[in-house]
Design a binder for this molecule. Structure first.
Ligand code: ZN
Length: 96
């Protein structure tokens, strides 16, 4: 039997919760110069390449949909996993 947990922001009272997902993009490097400050010229208007990593689907954070606060664990580490989210909601949201 599973219990449905309700999110309610302790700061603003919003019940909207956003999952922020990072999308990794790669841009082609046009040229690399040895002189000057050693900048690489990167064509950010060019082709965007989805970087093939295992991290593409990584969830980076949960944000409050009302005030935009990042949900943080007790040690100020952002909540990134659903089991942490469950714990956070149990700790911070009254389930009435
Ligand atoms: Zn909020």
């Amino acid at each position: 039997m599973s219990t449905e947990l309700k999110y309610k922001c302790p700061d603003c009272g919003s019940v909207k919760l956003l999952m922020i997902e990072g999308i990794v993009k790669g841009y082609p490097v046009e040229s690399i110069t040895e002189y000057g400050d050693g900048d690489c010229e990167v064509d950010t208007t060019g082709v965007e390449v989805d970087v093939h990593t295992n991290h593409v689907d990584t969830i980076y954070a949960y944000h409050c949909g009302g005030c935009g606060n990042t949900l943080l664990m007790k040690d100020d580490i952002p909540v990134t996993e659903s089991k942490e989210l469950v714990q956070w909601i149990k700790d911070n949201c009254s389930q009435e």
